[in-house]
Ligand binder design. Sequence first.
Ligand code: PNS
Length: 164
Amino acid sequence: MKILAVYPGSFDPVTNGHIDLIKRSVDLFGRVVVAVGKSYDKIPLFSVDERVQMLEEVAKEMDHVSITIFNGLLVDFAEEIQASVIVRGIRAVSDYEYELQMALMNRRLSSKVETVFMMPAERYSFLSSRLVKEISLLGGSVKGLVPAKVEARLAERQKQKSNP
Ligand code: PNS
């Protein structure tokens, strides 16, 4: 039996750690909707449309994965598409407190959807979109941490920032 899972996040930009989790989620649940949402305490580097485009480039080789945007509450979106699972990645203990808070708040908001924490491969346990952006904007290499097309977009953004 296939379960529809929603994998929400800012994906600003998508990293190889996110891709690893998308693949693990499809293997486990059968169908995954990757949902690009708004985090109210983050100023994004890429627009929502750019983030979706990057995810679509990545997902075009994957079966049973779709990409979408959601507005408003995550649980409302999950109920609307009839997803029964929210997937969130946990890398280290430091992620746990925030993730637990969100998961329990989401459970309070809706009893129809269960949060499942998943771990990416160990080689991605230090990887985050925030660090990727910082390294790239400061001229460092992010090769192997993000897909090649994302690397190219980051390099383009770095050029724009250094020659506005
Ligand atoms: O990748 P991120 O930034 O950790 O993703 C956070 C995101 C977008 C999943 C979270 O901020 C979210 O669910 N936003 C939608 C609004 C919402 O439902 N807020 C209540 C969360 S308890």
